[in-house]
Design a protein around this ligand. Structure first.
Ligand SMILES: [Fe+2]
Ligand SMILES: [Fe+2]
Length: 305
């Protein structure tokens, strides 16, 4: 049984969607024993471009959790605090679900660890908390990192919405367990898409911070994604470095519905910068909750929960 009440997202005013948010973590389990290395058959580039999610998310989402826990004492709104706690619970489970795919990849002879070590360094050292700051500078530092997360969450909701609306992956006979992971996670990203943004506005309603968050996070994500896809294609033992990803190839693959279109992704990033932007304008909560009501992993979690 889904634990949240479905709400009509696009047709409803943002305030009503906000009021209806009850975020509870779904303790899902996936069995990766049968997952092929190229889980979109004969599509190694599309497979590995999407696999970058597994490289980035365990460290990235653990970092979200850490930053949001640091932000909790700054929150002066009970409902928002509840939503942030729900967000923390969901992201902690997302991180572990993607970690299991990484472990499976290693067992298949593709070692993701060197790249993950770089990602870990970025999140822990560069974007981690800075000991020894004064109380005022520490607060500033937490809010700055919340701004980065709010911008990244815009993209995770964009990708989640894409995953929920990607019949190309079904046509290509992508592995059903991986599709469920992507759509379960994508649906929860759409479900909680407002939380980081609402937290940012609560802590600092100014436009400059939001702008800076996107100007840092957007290019950083593109950089990490391109490097991650190159890394996986080079480290794939069945490819022996024969395939090099290019933007032209990514465009062709996106036209077959196996990746989000690069142009749509950039336009989505620009929408975040509109003065009247709110995450409820993107994606559909009712579609997300509809998927969570039928997702094999989410249903099994509800049955055992
Ligand atoms: Fe997530
Ligand atoms: Fe998220």
């Amino acid at each position: 049984m889904p634990r949240s009440t479905p709400v009509p997202a696009l047709a409803a005013p943002a305030a009503r969607v906000h009021e209806s948010l009850v975020l509870e973590p779904r303790d899902v389990r996936f069995d990766w024993a049968q997952l092929p290395l190229h889980w979109i058959p004969d599509e190694p580039v599309a497979t590995h471009v999407i696999n970058v999610l597994h490289l980035l998310l365990p460290e990235g989402e653990r970092w979200f959790v850490k930053v949001f826990k640091e932000a909790l004492p700054l929150i002066r709104d009970e409902q928002l605090r509840e939503e942030v706690l729900g967000f923390i619970g969901q992201e902690a489970i997302h991180a572990e679900a993607h970690q299991e795919v990484l472990d499976h990849m290693l067992g298949q002879g593709l070692d993701p660890r060197p790249y993950v070590r770089q990602v870990s360094w970025l999140f822990r050292r560069v974007l981690g908390d800075k000991p020894g700051l004064s109380a005022r500078r520490r607060r500033e530092n937490v809010i700055e990192r919340v701004a980065f997360i709010a911008a990244i969450e815009h993209f995770t909701a964009f990708l989640g919405d894409w995953a929920l609306n990607s019949p190309g992956l079904d046509r290509a006979k992508a592995d059903p367990t991986m599709l469920d992971l992507l759509r379960w996670h994508g649906a929860e990203e759409v479900e909680h898409r407002s939380v980081a943004f609402d937290l940012l506005v609560h802590l600092d309603p100014g436009y400059l911070r939001r702008l800076r968050g996107m100007l840092v996070s957007g290019p950083l994500l593109v950089h990490l994604w391109v490097r991650g896809a190159r890394y996986l294609l080079a480290a794939d033992p069945t490819l022996a470095g024969r395939l090099k990803p290019t933007w032209g190839e990514a465009l062709r693959i996106s036209r077959r519905g196996l990746l989000p279109s690069p142009g749509r992704s950039v336009r989505s990033g620009l929408r975040y910068l509109r003065p009247g932007y709110h995450p409820t304008q993107e994606g559909s909560s009712s579609q997300a909750l509809g998927y969570l009501a039928t997702s094999p992993a989410a249903r099994a979690a509800a049955a055992h929960g």
